[in-house]
Design a protein around this ligand. Structure first.
Ligand code: AMP
Length: 399
């Protein structure tokens, strides 16, 4: 069985063709600048096939992008499949499933309508995700489409974790509550961690998805009980450009001084804050680490603030779960920055967390990085959201 995994953004579309017989990637790539001009990247994984990088292809809409992907996959010389009929199903990442979706599902008219209903909750992503689904439906009308939601894994949170302490009517009437994101990644790495722990009957895992966007989750016996992002992805600890949790009074105060409207204010919190805002250097941790090494004090402060807030969340989740068996690091920073993992874990010595510097000196893969004396196991586990989407898709279409 072959599954095409699609992650559609407003002007981009990432794709991966997965052979589910051995869960191997046959080809992957990205369409960028959709609606502007169009750039196409295609990375076939079969021997003798050629990588295509940043090829200019006209893509006025996502429909042309999907057609470009399919044409490359079946290309007589450079393709990886003989015909489109070999694609058994498509799996789509959808950002916001609101309260409607607690798990992945096969797309039908009701599902499309429900995803549309969630657009106010995910105004930047859900329209693009829908466009990706509808573009696939248009060019592959007989192929089943599956939607996999970023929010679904977190729907097991208890009410005390998801409710905000504002008038209850906003929850009842307007679905204002904590939803959380990166759910597919948290689901993947928590399941792998439980596996690496030897599949105990009971487990308490803290997942740290530390990328440009970042979130933590607390997972008891494989079920999410709390997560750091909220109604939207701005909440939690500081990220590349997002502020994380702040006192809402700051917004009123700055809007009063500078006359910002709410859009400008939100843009500052989403795009100009986080480690970029504090350091003034970059949103990329590699740049900030380099600047900090050269003595840039704001870069040093940005890193200190980041480590402080992430370790505070880990402490809070250990308290929420009444203990912790494993802490897992994943995504760009979590997988690739030994210094970040070491600095965060250094704040957690009181919980019995002890990192082994030698084991920690790795990037990606799946590794134990805690010492043999550590009371809590720490792992690096490379996330694989695409594989999770492909697995869900296979399960649903073969049911
Ligand atoms: P992601 O959103 O998961 O792709 O993560 C992207 C972020 O990971 C970048 O903004 C970088 O800050 C960070 N990152 C990636 N590689 C490294 C590295 N080798 N060292 C430090 N940070 C890294």
């Amino acid at each position: 069985m072959k599954i095409l995994v699609i992650n559609a953004g407003s002007s981009s579309l990432k794709y991966q063709l997965v052979d589910m017989d051995n869960e191997s990637v046959m080809a992957s790539g990205i369409c960028e600048r959709i609606g502007i001009d169009g750039l196409f990247t295609y990375k076939p994984q079969l021997e003798g096939k050629t990588v295509v990088k940043d090829l200019a292809v006209s893509m006025p809409t996502h429909s042309e992008a999907i057609q470009t992907v399919l044409a490359a996959l079946v290309d007589k010389d450079n393709g990886v499949i003989a015909s489109m009929d070999e694609i058994d199903a498509c799996g789509h990442r959808v950002l916001h499933g609101g309260m409607e979706f607690t798990e992945s599902c096969i797309v039908n008219d009701d599902v499309i309508a429900a995803i549309k209903k969630c657009i106010p909750l995910g105004p930047l992503h859900n329209p693009a995700n829908l466009t990706g689904i509808q573009a696939c439906q248009a060019v592959m009308p007989k192929t089943p489409q599956v939607a996999v939601f970023d929010t679904a894994f977190h729907m097991t949170m208890p009410a005390e974790a998801y409710i905000y302490a504002i008038p209850y009517e906003y929850y009842e009437k307007d679905q204002v509550r904590r939803y959380g994101f990166h759910g597919t990644s948290h689901r993947y790495i928590s399941a792998r961690a439980i596996d690496l722990l030897g599949n105990p009957e009971h487990s308490k895992v803290i997942c740290c998805h530390l990328g440009n966007g970042a979130s933590l989750s607390a997972v008891v016996d494989g079920k999410c009980v709390d997560t750091s992002m909220g109604l939207g992805p701005l909440a939690g600890f500081p990220m590349g450009t997002r502020s994380g949790d702040i006192d809402a009074t700051i917004m009123e105060y700055l809007m009063g001084i500078y006359g910002y409207d709410i859009k400008e204010m939100m843009n500052i919190l989403n795009k100009k804050s986080g480690v970029l805002g504090v350091s003034g250097v970059s949103s990329d941790f590699r740049d900030i680490e380099n600047a900090a090494k050269e003595g840039n004090e704001r870069a040093q402060l940005a890193l200190k603030k980041y480590f402080y807030e992430v370790s505070k969340y880990i402490g809070a989740y250990a308290a929420a779960m009444g203990g912790v068996d494993a802490i897992v690091f994943t995504a760009g920073l979590g997988e690739n920055s030994p210094a970040t993992r070491e600095a965060i874990c250094a704040n957690l010595g009181f919980m019995g967390v002890e990192i082994c510097s030698e084991r920690n000196n790795i990037r990606g893969g799946e590794h134990l990085i805690s010492s043999d004396n550590s009371k809590v196991k720490a792992f690096v586990i490379a996330t694989n959201e695409e594989l999770m989407i492909a697995r869900d898709t296979k399960e649903l279409v073969t049911k």
